[in-house]
Design a protein around this ligand. Structure first.
Ligand code: SF4
Ligand code: SF4
Length: 270
């Protein structure tokens, strides 16, 4: 994202709108600037602000006069008075930032389809995680924090070495050059996104080892990590995952139970 240095009148209204704190007023030039390294191209500033089309030199002159007389001339707080926030035509690899950070953008250009798949929410019809298996979702970043692919790769390398199978339809997997080693494309490793989700599947017996890897790597990387793990109940409705999680110090909740009312799409779950 860019801010027109001609149009900006340094009112500061866009600063609190940015979830990454990437916008600041540069006192040396008296204009808002975007820290391009921190900006994740979420487009919140562009979409979230109403726009007026006042003449920038006139607004600046009025603001100077007002300041001299010790009162303020400010636009309403949700308005950029001079339509100064300008989206840029994003090129590879920067376009990856938007694909993972702007929920409204389609991802045909990158082949990425949102931040993640339907995960295990549709497991009753997809049969992706079968009895005896555990599906993990490992989420990196949050508004205000973000995550770089270089940090995400530190986790995917360790997961791959432990034998994890990455979900093929997941956007992070689609950016891997070698899923067997958990390696992500070199040219995007420094890109920062609002958040990204890695999805893996392992045998239930590997759950403690995977949780230990997640816990260990999350202490080494410069972002926040959230982990979720699910399994398929057996025919009696028993959930073998709960005791595994409790043994590792994680409280287990039946947060969501799918009733299997959809049409099964895989023979394995019929
Ligand atoms: S809202 Fe517009 S005019 Fe005000 S600081 Fe931001 S870009 Fe500049
Ligand atoms: S695109 Fe998003 S991260 Fe970048 S400056 Fe705008 S609000 Fe901040």
């Amino acid at each position: 994202m860019q801010i027109s240095q001609y149009r900006c009148v340094a009112c500061g209204n866009c600063i609190p709108v940015c979830p990454m704190g990437a916008i600041y007023i540069d006192p040396a030039v008296g204009r808002a600037q975007v820290n391009q390294d921190e900006c994740v191209e979420c487009f919140t500033c562009f979409r979230g602000m109403s726009k007026e089309h006042l003449f920038p030199p006139m607004v600046r002159a009025i603001r100077r006069v007002a300041k001299a007389f010790r009162f303020r001339f400010d636009p309403e707080p949700d308005i950029c008075p001079t339509d100064a926030i300008l989206p840029t035509e994003l090129q590879w690899p920067r376009i990856v930032r938007r694909a993972f950070s702007d929920p409204q953008v389609p991802h045909e250009s990158t082949g990425i389809h949102g931040r993640g798949t339907a995960e295990v929410k549709t497991n009753d019809v997809t049969g992706r995680v079968k009895e005896g298996e555990a599906g993990f979702v490992i989420e990196f970043g949050r508004p205000g924090v973000g995550a770089r692919f270089r940090d995400i790769q530190k986790m995917t390398e360790r997961l791959a070495a432990a034998g994890a199978e990455f979900e093929k339809n997941n956007p992070v997997t689609s950016l891997m050059t070698d899923p067997a080693k958990g390696l992500i494309r070199e040219d995007i490793l420094d890109e920062k996104v609002l958040s990204a989700i890695v999805e893996i599947k392992v045998g239930l017996e590997q759950v403690p080892a995977i949780l230990q890897i997640v816990r260990s790597v999350s202490r080494e990387i410069d972002t926040v990590v959230a982990v979720g793990v699910s399994t398929r109940c057996d025919a009696g409705g028993e959930d073998p995952l709960a005791r595994l999680l409790e043994a590792e110090g994680y409280p287990a909740y039946r947060g969501k139970t799918n009733l299997g009312l959809g049409r099964a799409t895989q023979q394995a779950v019929l």
